[in-house]
Design a protein around this ligand. Structure first.
Ligand code: NAD
Length: 498
């Protein structure tokens, strides 16, 4: 992992003032307490200590937020603002995030646990995402199809879908929230955002900037709170036109059921169990680095994490030993320490979940080659872990662990059909990684792997200009790129008899 050492900011000076405030919901352009008056604790995963409190929004708050978003969409200034107006606001928000980047990165690192360097990268990416989508605001076009009926002029219109409910996870909080907001706002929708309860802080700070840069009231509303009741109320709400959800496959399925009431549109970015396939002709040093980074980055709490490592038997020991060596050298610690390469897991629950998977792997016969234990002391730290002697029937191979745990398995022949079968032997289909110098083999495999993303020799996994999403139970629809913006539109056919 190539973490760079940079000077440690004084966290108190940067975020002390913000943390000391009472955090409220952002509804109709104003910060207001939850109607129940309730709050919940925000815990720093590096210490296990409460360091802030956020408002616990519920169904009544969601209802107010949806009403504000509806008004802004139907009759407020947003409904008449032209595309350049939307573009300029998105651009201003990007500038404001950049201006406050160090504060955002510090909050994100304290809230989620990720190393500060990674948080800085995610914050810069969020500003970039807003600018990329700002460019789409004026480029959402219909078509003029050629139809079979004579003497007609026909065209299609792409119109914003309406009020969007955005429900996001805790693993890259700001980046996930902005990915939804940027595309939805570029398309002309209004949004009610329900950030993850484990990491609400950067969303609240974002709400302040949204107000400051001049978004009209009600265009973006932010309701912090728990999945049940707040997220559930949003998914059930009859006046929400679309839910865009990123999170676990289990909750994704409940969103689909909740959305059935008014048949709202649903986009789902869900879990993964992505394969990493290493062939003997690959640049093995790079493949080893890529495999280690792909599972230990953000403590493995990454939806595209390469958690199934398939290595050709002729280089299996070399590659697995290489990943093990990297695991041993990783500096695990608080994200706020400048030399930390891997931070804590996000919560006690997540620590127990990951430990439980390692235990179940051991019971089913897996060998813990390195790691396998929590790091003693305060905070939710887990050792980077490599499991060998694993097979397709084990829970650790079938289920998403969402922790720094990789299952290594040898590929014992050169039959491409068999390799394709290994890679696709999962309910998920989010991402995949191929390491080989054989161009033909790489492209043949790329076509046959059932996943929304195929990365060859460490190709980028995420770029705002590349559609991102899953096959199978990794989700419905795509985020980013033209597809991501168009997902927030309805298409209308207009036909004129001449
Ligand atoms: P989660 O499903 O527990 O929670 C996600 C969000 O849904 C949170 O805001 C939560 O409050 C809300 N929620 C929970 N129950 C709800 C309900 N009944 N109705 C409505 N909303 C509800 O997921 P998580 O633990 O926060 O995140 C980890 C999961 O997210 C992993 O499975 C990971 O793979 C997935 N993920 C996917 C992507 C992707 O782009 N495909 C990206 C990041 C994370």
């Amino acid at each position: 992992m190539n973490a760079q050492i940079s000077p440690r900011p004084d966290p108190h000076a940067l975020v002390g003032g913000f943390l000391a405030r009472t955090h409220e919901l952002f509804i109709d352009g104003k910060f207001v307490p939850a109607q129940s008056g309730q709050t919940f604790d925000v815990i720093n995963p590096a210490t296990g200590e409460v360091f802030a409190k956020a408002a616990a929004g519920g169904a009544a708050d969601i209802d107010l937020a949806v009403k504000a978003a509806r008004k802004a969409f139907d009759s407020g200034p947003w409904s008449t603002l032209n595309a350049p107006g939307r573009r300029n606001l998105l651009w201003k928000l990007a500038d404001a995030i950049e201006k406050n980047a160090e504060e955002f990165a510090t909050l994100e690192s304290m809230d989620n646990g990720m190393p500060l360097m990674m948080a800085r990268f995610a914050v810069a990416g969020s500003a970039e995402c807003l600018r990329y989508n700002a460019g789409w605001a004026g480029k959402i076009n219909g078509e003029t199809p050629t139809i079979s009926a004579p003497n007609h002029h026909v065209y299609t219109l792409r119109e914003p879908i309406g009020v969007v409910g955005a429900i996001t996870p805790w693993n890259f909080p700001l980046a996930m929230e902005v990915a939804k907001l940027a595309s939805a706002l570029a398309a002309g929708c209004t949004v009610v955002l329900k950030p993850a309860e484990l990491t609400p802080l950067t969303a609240i700070r974002l709400g302040q900037l949204i107000a400051e840069v001049g978004f009209p009231a009600g265009v973006v509303n932010i309701v912090t709170g728990f999945g049940d009741p707040a997220g559930k109320a949003l998914a059930l709400h009859p006046d929400v036109d679309k839910i865009s959800f990123t999170g676990s496959t289990a909750v994704g399925k409940s969103i689909v059921a909740a959305a059935a009431g008014n048949l709202k549109r649903v986009a789902l970015e869900l879990g993964g169990k992505s394969p990493v396939i290493v062939f003997p002709d690959a640049d093995l040093e790079r493949a080893i680095g890529g495999a280690a980074d792909g599972i230990f980055r953000n403590s493995g709490q990454v939806c595209v994490a390469g958690s199934r490592l398939f290595v050709h038997q002729s280089v299996f020991d070399k590659v697995v030993d290489g990943v093990v060596e990297r695991a041993k050298k990783l500096k695990v610690g608080s994200g706020m320490e400048p030399d930390t390469q891997m931070g804590p897991l996000v919560s006690q629950k997540q620590l127990e979940r990951v430990s439980g998977y390692i235990q179940s792997g051991s019971e089913e016969g897996a060998e813990v080659v390195v790691g396998g234990k929590r790091v003693e002391g305060k905070g939710y730290f887990m050792q980077p872990t490599v499991l060998a002697q694993t097979n397709r029937d084990m829970k650790v191979v079938r289920e998403e662990i969402f922790g720094p745990v990789v299952c290594a398995m040898p590929i014992d022949d050169d039959d491409l059909d068999r390799i394709v079968k290994l890679a696709n032997d999962t309910d998920y289909g989010l991402s995949s990684n191929i390491w080989t110098r054989d161009i033909s083999l790489a492209h043949k495999l790329a076509r046959r792997i059932k996943a929304g993303t195929v990365r060859v020799n460490g190709g980028v996994g995420l770029d705002y200009a590349l559609p991102f999403g899953g096959y199978k139970q990794s989700g419905w629809g795509r985020e980013n790129a033209r597809e991501g913006v168009e997902a927030y539109t309805e298409i209308k056919s207009v036909s004129v008899a001449l």
